[in-house]
Design a protein around this ligand. Structure first.
Ligand code: TYC
Length: 105
């Protein structure tokens, strides 16, 4: 009895997919020290907008207080810009001069 020819005599041909994906550029969100914003307010900002727990938020706040500047998170550009706007709006609402900016990593 004659065997049926296999449909793929050499086995299936698998070609490796090489999708050309670019990693998005990342941006640091940076907090700047000033002499007037209360420490507690900065801790609340880090908890509310950067999802830090109290311990981590306090560590970052003290770093900024002592060094003058510090990174509170790293995000894609749009998210970083949104965080900056949220922090500035929240600080203004409470009449604190807290400054926040973003820059490429
Ligand atoms: N230097 C402020 C104070 O002594 C506290 C502070 C910390 C302000 C971090 C801003 O980004 C800041 N009350």
């Amino acid at each position: 009895m004659k065997e049926k020819q296999p449909q793929y005599p050499e086995g299936p041909v698998v070609q490796e997919a090489r999708p050309k994906l670019q990693r998005p550029l990342l941006y640091k969100v940076i907090l700047l020290n000033d002499d007037y914003t209360p420490m507690e307010f900065v801790v609340i900002v880090l908890e509310r907008f950067f999802y830090k727990n109290r311990e981590e938020a306090t560590r970052i706040m003290l770093h900024v207080h002592q060094k003058g500047i510090g990174v509170c998170g790293i995000y894609t550009r749009e998210i970083a810009e949104t965080k900056v706007r949220q922090v500035l709006a929240f600080a203004q609402e409470h009449q604190h001069p807290l400054q926040c900016t973003s820059e490429p990593e």
